[in-house]
Structure formats: C-alpha cells, structure tokens
Ligand binder design. Structure first.
Ligand code: ADP
Ligand code: MG
Length: 683
C-alpha cells in the first residue's frame, strides 16, 4: 500500500471507523502514521509503593492481595476496589464501572499497575483506574498512548498503526540525504517507527529530534520564502529624508537605539522595495517616537500612513500622542474605532478616500473592507503579537505594497524570534531613554497586603498615581468555586472606595466596559483626575501615564512572567523611581521561584527566556497570537540548538536554490505548501 492511499483500504478499518478517523483529520495511511502518541506508558521502570510520589504517573509492580470488592455507590456508579502489595506496603486500586476487572485481577498474582497515586499520607495511597498488565506479557516496555477522539481509543490506534507499518511500502523522506547527513538525522521511516514504538529511550529522542527538525525546517523554508516574496517593488518610494526636521520638533532626544531603528526604516523605504520590519523593544523603550519619525517621513513624501492598535484604549492614546507630536505640522490625523458614531465614520472614510486624511489611527476597524485609502504608503501595527499574520497582511493590502512596520513589546527569546518573526527584518530597541529609573519589584504574601496598600497611599498623598491589577473582573457572590478566592476588580473597587482608600479618587477599568466608559476612565486617569486605577489586565498594552509610579498586582501567580513584565511596564515611565508589588499566597515552590525572577531582573529578554523554559513555547507561538501555521513539534522550540540548526539549514538551502529547483526538493515544496495552505503558496 501507498503512504497516500485511502485509509479505508487498511486492514481493520471499516466504513464506520474510517468515518470516525476522518473526524480526526485522518484520511490516508500517511495521516495515520503521522498521528503521534500523546505520551508513553513506561512499564520498564517500577517504583516501590512506599516511594511512589503523589500525582505523578508511576508504574508499580505488585501482587493482588484481596478479592475485588464491588460497591454500588448509586445508580449507574459502581466501584471495584482491590488491595495490592509489593511485599512492604499495601495500597488500594479503584476502578469505576468496570466489572471486567473482577475476572482479570486474580488474588495472589503479580501485575504491573500504571497510573497516578492519590490519597493522603503514606498509609492510604491509592490509584484510580490504572492501566495494568500481567507480568511477563513481553513486549510491554514503552506503550504509546494516543490522543483519544470520537470513541477511537488508544489501543485501536496502536493496532491500526502497526497494520499500517506492515503494509506501507513507500515511506519517502522529504529531507535529502545531504541534509540528513550534515545534521545526523535518522531516516524518516525509522523516525516514524520509533515515535510510535520506541525501541529505547535514545531512539525515541533521536526520532523526536528528526521529526521536530523536519517540521521546523519546513516552517522556516516557508517563512523565508514569504520574506522573499515580500520583496516587491513599492509604490511608496521615499525621496527626501525629513527625519532631522521631525527630530527638531520632538521634546526629547532620541536614544541611540531609536535613531538606529529610524535609520533602518529609512533605508528600507528608499530602497524601492517594501519595508517589512519589526521594531522590538521592551516596554517604555520608546517605540511610538520611532513610528512617529517614520510616519512623518512618509507623510511629508506625500503618502498616507495608518496605525493599528489592538485595543480602543491604546488607539485613543496613540491618537493623543501623535496629535501632540505633529502639532503645527499640518498633518491631518483621524481616529477610527468601533465606538466612533456611524455618521462620523462615514465622514472619516470619505476624507480618507479623498486623500484629506494623512494619518489614520485605529483598532481593527481600520481593516474593514469599506475603509479605502487614496494612497497608503506605510502601515504600522502596534503590539503586533496581538494580531495574526493575516490581520497584518490585511492592513498591508489597503495600499499597493505599502511599507510595513510592526512594533512589539513582547520580548521573545532570540531563538524563537527566528521562527515567530521569520518573515520580518528586525530592529531592536535595547536602550531605555535617559533618566529612566529602574522599577523595583517586591514579592509579598497576602498578609502584607495591608502594608502594601499603605505604601500605595503614601505615594498618592505625595501626588503620584497608582494601579491595582486584579486577575478577575467580577465574581458572582453565590458562586463558590475556587476562582472566587481570587481578587476581582469590581469587588475590590467597592471595598477600597469605602474603606482603605476612602477620600481618594478611584477609577475602575475592565475589558467589557463600554468603549465610552473606558475612554473616560482612561482620560480621567491620564489627566490626573483619578489617583488610583483598579483594573484587570486591560492596561497591559501600551497605556502611558508617567505620573503613575506604583502598582500592586493581586494573585500574581495567575499570570505568566512575560505578562507580569508587561503590566509592570505601565509604571517606571517617568523620572521617578517606581515600585511594583506582586501579591501572591501561592505556596508552590516553583511558582515562588518563577515570580522571584521578576524581582531580580527587568530585562524583558531574560524574563522571556525563563518563561520559555518554565512554561514552554505556547505563550509565544500560539496560533492565535502570531497566525503561524499549526505545528506539532511546538515543544522543539524550547530547544534553541535545533531552532538554530534548522534556521541555518533552511537559509543555506534557499541561498543556493531560492526556488527549490530539482526533483529532490519536490516533497519539501509540497509539504511547505500544505503547512501554509491557509492563504500562502510557494511557486
Ligand atoms: P513603548 O516602547 O512601550 O511603546 P512609548 O513609545 O510609549 O514606549 O514611550 C514611553 C515613554 O517614553 C513616553 O512617555 C515617551 O514620550 C517617552 N520617550 C520615548 N523616547 C524618549 C526619549 N528618547 N527620551 C525621553 N523620553 C522618551
Ligand atoms: Mg507602545
């Protein structure tokens, strides 16, 4: 049989099963063979009952020491309990509604039990619904466990995949031999086999490396090709440099890093090709001023510019900032967000189409179909990690190959940026504006909260402002689930207004408020009309109020490190030393260690590296965040070595052969096209 053959011809697959497989996107033998185990049961290493840790999967070798006891708990719920012993300790094993175990587990016989230990103390350990097998059943060393879907259980997958291996005779390798040799990679067939049926730990890890390598390699080929494709000629050729003129109007001097970034953009824009550049800089590094300089250049050269921000609050703030940067320049600016009245929207759209607006600022409202520019030369996306590649592309499609600039304050580990931003050129703002004071961060328990609030009060009395950030918006008083233990902004706002902060002016901000309400709360805070803002994470992006110098973050353990770092970036924006207090009562040592990292560094890249190490790449490469193709080997991204290797491999292949000529690369092309099938093709 062939890799590409319909699954329904495989032994063991009837019409019913093939229908169910289709629901899991498995149509061909190849699809089945690349349906990978979620994990493996390792029956080869056993632990004594006395030493088995709680809440981890372990394998216990023990004798059954009792008959199976049947207990009807209620209608439809029967438990089957049996005691097992390894000669030193005893524990119980419980199954629900599984009467077969009565016959399968025989008193006095020895078995392997695989599962999680629960219970309290060492004397009442138990295991619920473990997998078990009779000793000496042979081949059980590492057993693949497949994700279960549509009533297709793991053992069925195992059986079918075994069948598939026996029958398929054309497992082709998409990586040519020269690449496999250079990077010491196992061939594809062996890799597939060992992913499903590992012959040893070493072979399993070799197999995973090979599969992960291939996927990252293909991903990078695709991204590099996108980048090459973007090298279009552009209608917006910037002829004269107005940078100096702009800098003279600016109330501060650009940092060296800002100047370099502006220079990079300018070089891109005179090249005759469209710029495609990411400005990455930690919170507060001054990305807005860079954008302003570039926009000024663009508009002075006769083109329109657009700035897209992920939230209404941020769009409004940008509108204010740019309006003040461009005061008395004659540049015509408009704000377009969801909350603009239909009548005003109409006027703005008309003016835009007539070329009477030079700079349009807004939320995704500006990528709607009926928003038409007369001559868009530059499209800027702020906080780009909030948008997908597609939304970015939609903004770009509003002009004829306009220059594209994206800004992101989410520092991501450098190796990962090769992937996540593989299609962009990069300028990094690694220098803070002069006079910035480092924000000091403390981690405290809830018993110290009152003192922390006292410290906040002291700052408010001195005329400064502050934030209290809560993980929840509101909680239902009657709902007593665990979430209730977390602090909610609405509740805290009520409590503090009449309590600890009585007499101060408090504001309340959360995502679901009406845009108008949000706007007025934000404006009041920015204008110093409120002293303390109680908020959810909506303030995470972009908000800039330099007089706010103190922040308390409640239930800090609920947030990722990078997110906390973002939140903390809302303070420390002026010339006064700022303080961030993380409140957490989490007793978990790992959580405490994780949060401590924030108290010891303000380097966003370092924090991102730690986040990657501790929480994996999900936060950085979620499909939602970056619009990248889904990849199965996301975890490989933790492995900087492989990321770099695949990057080098992809670059060197494309350098010599940018269009991948030659039959030996056909499979690569096909795979990349499939990977990027949502909208992007290679030719
Ligand atoms: P971010 O990179 O987080 O978007 P902003 O662009 O909002 O940062 O800038 C943060 C603050 O720093 C703003 O108040 C801005 O006016 C100020 N700023 C930016 N560049 C400089 C500079 N070179 N010197 C002094 N202040 C600056
Ligand atoms: Mg910003």
């Amino acid at each position: 049989m062939k890799f590409s053959d319909d699954i329904k011809y495989l032994k063991g697959v009837g019409p019913k099963i093939s229908e169910k497989l289709a629901k899991a996107d498995i149509y061909t033998l190849g699809d089945l063979l690349t349906y990978f185990p979620r994990t493996y049961l390792d029956w080869s290493v056993t632990v004594p009952i006395g030493e088995a840790p709680f809440n981890e999967n372990v394998c216990i070798r023990a004798y059954v020491g009792s008959v199976v006891r049947e207990h009807i708990i209620r209608k439809g719920m029967t438990t089957y309990t049996v005691d097992i012993t390894d000669g030193r300790d005893i524990m119980s094993v419980v199954f629900f509604n599984n009467k077969y175990v009565k016959n399968m587990l025989k008193n006095g016989e020895e078995y392997l039990f695989y599962g999680k230990i629960t219970g309290y103390g060492s004397h009442s350990k138990s295991m619920t619904s473990p997998k078990f097998s009779v000793i000496g059943e042979g081949s059980l060393k590492m057993k693949p466990i497949y994700p279960q879907t549509n009533e297709l259980n793991s053992s069925l997958f195992e059986k079918l995949i075994k069948n598939a291996f026996e029958n398929v005779d054309d497992i082709e390798d998409c990586l040519p031999e020269n690449i496999r040799n250079s990077y010491c990679l196992m061939n594809y067939r062996d890799a597939l086999y060992n992913i499903h049926f590992p012959q040893s730990y070493d072979l399993l890890s070799e197999a995973k490396r090979r599969i992960g390598f291939e996927e990252l390699f293909l991903l990078q080929i695709g991204l590099s090709r996108l980048k090459l494709k973007a090298l279009h000629s552009t209608s917006a050729v910037i002829r004269t440099d107005y940078t100096d003129e702009f800098l003279e109007m600016l109330p501060f001097k650009l940092t060296g890093a800002q100047k370099r970034a502006v220079g990079d953009c300018y070089n891109d824009m005179i090249s005759g090709h469209a710029m495609n550049r990411l400005i990455q800089g930690d919170v507060g590094s001054g990305k807005t001023a860079v954008a302003a300089a570039v926009i000024y250049n663009c508009v002075k050269n006769g083109f329109q510019a657009a700035v897209m921000a992920p939230t209404e609050v941020l769009a409004q703030q940008h509108f204010k900032t740019f309006s003040s940067f461009f005061e008395n320049t004659g540049i015509r600016i408009a704000l377009l967000t969801g909350s603009v009245t239909p009548a005003n929207k109409k006027i703005i759209k008309q003016k835009l189409a007539d070329g009477e607006i030079d700079l349009l600022i807004g939320t995704h409202a500006i990528i709607q179909k009926d928003v038409i520019f007369s001559g868009l030369g530059l499209a800027v996306t702020d906080e780009q990690h909030r948008f997908g590649v597609n939304q970015r592309a939609m903004l770009g499609s509003k002009g004829v190959h306009p220059h594209i600039m994206v800004m992101s304050a989410t520092p991501i580990p450098r190796t990962l940026s090769l992937i996540v931003y593989g299609d962009l050129d990069l300028s990094i703002l690694d220098e803070m504006p002069a006079g910035r004071q480092k924000t000091e961060t403390f981690l405290v328990g809830e018993d110290v909260r009152e003192r922390a609030y006292g410290y906040v009060k002291k700052h408010l009395c001195d005329g400064y402002q502050g934030y209290i950030v809560c993980p929840l918006v509101d909680v239902d008083e009657d709902d007593d689930n665990a979430e209730n233990e977390k602090v909610s902004s609405v509740k805290l706002f009520k409590e503090l207004s009449d309590g600890f902060f009585k007499g101060f002016r408090l504001g309340l901000l959360y995502g679901k408020m009406k845009p108008d309400e949000k706007k007025s709360v934000m404006n009041d805070f920015a204008d110093g009309k409120t002293d303390l803002l109680i908020s959810t994470t909506v303030i995470e992006v972009g908000v800039d109020v330099p007089n706010a110098v103190i922040m308390v973050i409640e239930n800090a353990e609920s947030f990722g490190l990078s997110q906390l770092h973002q939140l903390r970036g809302r303070i420390g924006r002026g010339n006064v030393k700022s303080t961030c207090i993380l409140v957490s009562d989490s007793k978990d040592i790992k959580t405490q260690q994780r949060l401590k990292i924030l108290t010891s560094t303000t380097d966003g890249f370092k924090i991102a590296d730690e986040d990657l190490r501790l929480r994996g790449p999900g936060d950085f490469i979620g499909q939602r965040q970056h619009g990248l193709p889904d990849i199965k080997s996301g975890n490989m991204l933790k492995d900087g070595e492989t990321v770099r290797e695949t990057h080098t491999a992809a670059e060197s292949l494309l350098k010599n052969n940018p269009t991948l000529e030659g039959g030996e690369y056909d499979l690569i092309k096909a795979r990349v096209n499939k990977m990027f099938s949502k909208g992007i093709t290679l030719n």
